[in-house]
Design a protein around this ligand. Structure first.
Ligand SMILES: Cc1cc2nc3c(=O)[nH]c(=O)nc-3n(C[C@H](O)[C@H](O)[C@H](O)COP(=O)(O)O)c2cc1C
Length: 232
């Protein structure tokens, strides 16, 4: 028998998407394992090419998070100049992409009090990535190498569903490409098989609502900038 379909509620869905934001300041309080499992169960409904479900996730809690945080911080302090991601980071941000990147960067810096041109302060804020923004949990998303770019795409869809499911349960999160910059470290830390490729990480937990880094919300382009209609 088919499960019954819940009544469509686009406003609730819209509200959930609007309530989610990238959290960059967390409480230390851990998330109950049952809540994390519920989020993961919901995210399992993500569609994927041929239903391949390429995502594998490694989730840290407690002492494992602390060990991961310490490893990341030590590595970032020693080798900031050498990202070697499994999938290349953007080569260049041009035009409107550069504008949007700048806008959200300035919003973050303004919130946390980093003045324009203060490289030391912006580097310090950048390091927060490797402190996992103080989160009690991190996870790493990997795909199988042979599935190529569509495997990565499926993982991206999973990441978004994870973050929305988390928000629906009162859990804040942030996707972090920064955690994919040194896959060798991640591979060793989590004991990943050689064919697993690191897509990105997610830090998550209860938000610290008073943290200045959580004090802004990003904009989105108008539909007219992204939708192109062909009617005849
Ligand atoms: C795949 C992905 C990777 C990201 N990596 C980082 C990261 O490494 N560090 C960071 O501070 N934010 C990261 N972000 C967060 C984006 O900057 C953020 O989603 C964007 O500015 C929109 O803001 P919002 O999430 O608050 O709506 C990432 C987001 C995505 C989707």
């Amino acid at each position: 028998m088919q499960p019954s379909v819940a009544p469509a509620d686009p406003d609730a869905f819209d509200a959930l998407l609007r309530a989610r934001y990238s959290c960059r300041g967390f409480q230390t309080r851990p998330v109950e394992r049952t809540v994390i499992e519920r989020i993961l169960e919901i995210a399992q409904r993500t569609p994927s090419w041929c239903n391949s479900q390429p995502w594998q996730v490694h989730v840290t809690s407690g002492a494992a998070t602390e060990r991961f945080r310490a490893r990341l911080l030590a590595d970032a302090r020693a080798a900031m100049e050498a990202p070697e991601p499994d999938y290349p980071f953007p080569r260049e941000y041009r035009g409107v992409y550069q504008d949007r990147r700048r806008e959200c960067g300035f919003q973050l810096y303004e919130s946390v009090g980093v003045r324009r041109g203060d490289r030391e302060a912006s580097a310090r804020q950048g390091l927060e990535n490797f402190r996992l923004f103080g989160a009690p949990h991190a996870l790493i998303v990997t795909t199988e190498e042979a599935l190529g770019v569509y495997g990565v795409l499926d993982c991206g869809a999973w990441v978004n569903n994870f973050m929305l499911a988390a928000r629906s349960l009162g859990i804040a999160s942030i996707a972090q490409a920064a955690l994919a910059r040194r896959p060798a470290l991640v591979r060793e830390f989590f004991g990943l098989a050689p064919d697993r490729q690191v897509v990105c990480g997610i830090s998550f937990g209860y938000e610290d609502a008073a943290h200045p880094a959580n004090g802004f919300r990003t904009s989105r382009a108008a539909l007219s900038e992204v939708a192109h209609w062909l009617d005849a």
